[in-house]
Design a protein around this ligand. Structure first.
Ligand code: NAD
Length: 275
């Protein structure tokens, strides 16, 4: 590979924040960013886990820092920003990975929309949507000042397809897609071509949040799991490592003329009609 091409993916001297960074997907993303040379900030509501994940990265020889903060608390995020700037001097990459569905916000098989718990609906909307907007509000100002940076939001298949049960989560992820496009235009038009906003939309990955929905205790698929696999031309669930290539492409100069897009990483789920 020529030196010029290699440099496209080089993240050394970049600082990357991953919100929800001690979660299943965030942990893998931390490893990928660390291996590419970035200083990795694991920001999570669970401070102990954030510190533990940062220690794991350091053991691999990467530069890492754990920071406790809620993506729903502006003051917390501002304190986090001060800690990060003190440690690394600037912020280059923001991965908004805190999110997920929450108990109570799901319509169970025996329920209908009219049983929806509105408080739980609001909480899920806040975590996934406001929890993307607020860290962007706090951390992207530094990127705007430096006229360079990459923001990567985490969407979902449920933002464009109706996936039964997850009404609030789906609406919030659709808002994340819209915000991705809106913010990409805002930043490019006001701060130039060095600052970009994109999103990754993972398909079905078996993680702690959905394991019991998709798999039985013996590892076989539930009826819902079978339906998902039947709609996935690649015939498997995603694994966290499947996100790495897209993450590094969107984080680096390799995607320097790409902004405002949502990339499905779904084994073909979103392309397939089922026929
Ligand atoms: P996870 O539950 O393993 O991790 C989420 C992390 O966010 C946890 O470490 C949690 O402590 C943290 N968190 C929760 N509330 C927070 C808050 N207020 N402030 C800061 N941190 C907070 O989830 P995951 O499976 O790694 O998912 C990561 C992202 O990917 C989420 O946005 C999720 O919606 C999205 N996603 C996941 C899948 C999947 O199949 N797992 C599919 C599509 C999209």
């Amino acid at each position: 590979m020529s030196e010029q091409i290699q440099k496209l993916f080089d993240l050394s001297s970049k600082t990357a924040i991953i919100t929800g960074g001690s979660g299943v997907l965030g942990t893998e993303m931390g490893k990928a960013l660390g291996a590419s040379g970035a200083n990795v900030v694991i920001l999570d509501l669970n401070g102990e886990m954030a510190d533990a994940r940062a220690e794991d990265l350091k053991k691999l020889g990467y530069s890492a820092l754990g920071v406790k903060a809620s993506v729903l608390d502006q003051e917390d995020l501002e304190k986090a920003r001060a800690i990060i700037l003190d440690a690394y001097g600037k912020i280059d990459i923001l991965v908004n990975a805190a999110g997920g569905n929450q108990a109570g916000a799901t319509i169970m098989p025996e329920q209908t929309f009219f049983d929806l718990n509105i408080e739980a609906f609001k909480k899920v909307n806040d975590l996934n949507f406001l929890g993307t907007v607020l860290p962007t509000y706090v951390f992207a100002e530094d990127m705007a000042k430096n006229k360079q940076g990459s923001i990567i939001n985490i969407s979902s298949m449920s933002s464009t397809r109706a996936i039964t049960r997850v009404v609030g989560y789906s609406a919030a992820k659709a808002a994340v897609d819209n915000f991705t496009r809106w913010m990409s235009v805002e930043l490019a038009t006001k701060y130039g071509d060095g600052i970009r906003v994109n999103a990754m939309a993972p398909g079905f990955f078996v993680t702690e949040q959905n394991r019991t929905l998709l798999t039985n205790p013996d590892g076989s698929y539930t009826q819902r799991g079978e339906t998902v696999i039947g709609m996935t031309p690649m015939d498997r669930f995603g694994v966290p490592e499947d996100l790495n290539g897209t993450l590094l492409w969107l984080s680096s100069d390799a995607s320097r003329f790409v902004t405002g897009i949502v990339v499905p990483i779904d084994g073909g789920f979103s392309a397939f009609s089922g026929v």
